[in-house]
Design a protein around this ligand. Structure first.
Ligand code: PAF
Length: 285
């Protein structure tokens, strides 16, 4: 595994691979990697000839009251996990490499960035879309891998790649969970013992709703009620919504198309998100 810190070095490493027709996979991350990232890297390594992983804590996607300075870091552990999972090149740019003095061009996502997390994190998806567009342009991957846990992010990134005709396939990889159901997240490290126990309310409700859906429950309100029940254990619920996966608009009445049941909640000062995708079997919609 090669470790590079500049765009010029990364491009110099990737140019011959591209010229040889190698397929390049890309996994953008903000570090403090866990098995969820491991799954993305492994999938890229299995499907591509070379896998680039970036670790860059992107300042433009954090709001003024969010945890940029305190965002967890462990570069040594990250490097080991990247190596273990089959990374070819690890890209570790400084903020000045990505946002040099005078930087002023941003990607403004459209309606997909407005609901769900977008309502509570103004500017977040503008920061995500901008850095991902820049990283796509730097790495020029054939495939890029994102985790389903950040469901709205995958929708915004997919739309951006389509709208800007970026020649990359965005691949969404299912959420990796702890044995008890908690979705893996770098932010889980902030949970103390009590919050960790109560954090199970998110996955418990979502998985109960998914099980009911699979047994034939199709009413949005009934599915939302199942997901809402266990949330009595969290400190506050930011949102719990059932949305159409294509346009992220709320679903009312019968769930007759692929939908995402999404939640964001606080345990103390830690904000967790999670979701499940509900897909009606073909021919039943
Ligand atoms: O999902 C993340 O870790 C970040 O939002 C991403 C895609 C690396 C952009 O900074």
């Amino acid at each position: 595994m090669r470790v590079v810190r500049t765009i010029a070095d990364l491009r110099a490493l990737l140019r011959p691979l591209r010229e040889e027709g190698k397929r390049i996979g890309f996994v953008p991350t903000m570090g403090f990697l866990h098995e969820g990232h491991g799954a993305l890297i492994r999938q890229s390594a299995a499907r591509c000839d070379a896998t680039v992983v970036s670790i860059f804590i992107n300042p433009t996607q954090f709001g003024p009251r969010e945890d940029l300075a305190g965002y967890p870091r462990d570069l040594e552990r990250d490097q080991n996990l990247c190596l273990e999972c089959g990374t070819t090149v690890l890209f570790l740019p400084e903020a000045s490499e990505i946002y040099p003095t005078g930087f002023q061009t941003h990607i403004e996502p459209g309606r997909l960035a407005e609901p769900l997390c977008g309502r509570f994190r103004p500017g977040h998806f503008r920061g995500v879309a901008t850095v991902v567009a820049k990283l796509f342009s730097i790495v020029q991957p054939d495939l890029a891998f994102f985790g389903q846990k950040d469901f709205q992010q995958t929708a915004v990134v997919r739309r951006m790649a389509r709208d800007l005709n970026l020649p990359v396939d965005v691949v969404v990889v299912p959420t990796v969970r702890e044995a008890d159901g908690l979705a893996l997240s770098s932010r889980n490290t902030y949970l103390d013992e009590d919050a960790r126990r109560r954090s199970l309310s998110l996955s418990k409700g979502l998985l109960a709703a998914k099980a009911a859906f699979e047994q034939g429950e199709r009413q949005a309100e009934a599915l939302l009620a199942l997901a809402r029940g266990p949330l009595a254990d969290v400190d506050s619920v930011q949102y719990l919504e059932l949305v159409d996966t294509q346009n992220l608009e709320p679903i009312q009445g019968a769930v007759d198309r692929t939908s995402a049941l999404c939640v964001a909640a606080y345990l103390g000062s830690t904000r967790l998100i999670d979701n499940v995708i509900l897909t009606p079997p073909a021919g039943t919609a």
